[in-house]
Design a protein. Structure first.
Length: 147
């Protein structure tokens, strides 16, 4: 098949130029990179929301424990799902499944005239290094009925 003598191509031989293909590929690549960038940001936010949910469950459990009885040891360990594992002395090694470490400090002594015991807590996570921490404050009235 011979090409026509004119500078214009016949309609059946028309095609995209190299510049048009390069521009189309550039737009496509920009879109893919943008979507991947958004996916990373969304994944980070989902992880933080999950972490906050577990912290709320842990604080609720911790509040119930303090209200039910005076903590014997001030170092409590919880797993990744905020389930209580153990309480231990400050020198003891954490349990293998520990994800959260809670350190409680009594701010008011037992028998305080206000009858309100205040506890300051520091929740450290994740195990094994416990690099992040969140403060928490828990109160307990001494004349509250014990469940």
């Amino acid at each position: 098949m011979a090409f026509p003598a004119s500078n214009r191509c016949a309609p059946e031989l028309a095609a995209f130029t190299l510049a048009e293909v390069a521009v189309a590929l550039g737009i496509f690549a920009f879109g893919v990179v943008s979507i991947l960038g958004l996916a990373g940001a969304v994944g980070g936010q989902a992880r933080l929301a999950n972490e906050d949910t577990r912290l709320i469950a842990l604080i609720s459990d911790l509040d119930a424990r303090v209200r039910a009885r005076e903590p014997v040891n001030h170092h409590l360990y919880f797993d990744a799902d905020a389930r209580f594992l153990s309480d231990a002395d400050s020198g003891a090694a954490p349990p293998p499944a520990a994800f959260f470490h809670v350190e409680l400090v009594a701010l008011t002594p037992a028998g305080d005239p206000s009858r309100n015991r205040l506890w300051k807590g520091n929740i450290r996570f994740p195990a094994p290094g416990f690099g992040q921490s969140r403060p928490v404050l828990i109160s307990r009235f001494e004349d509250e009925p014990v469940p």
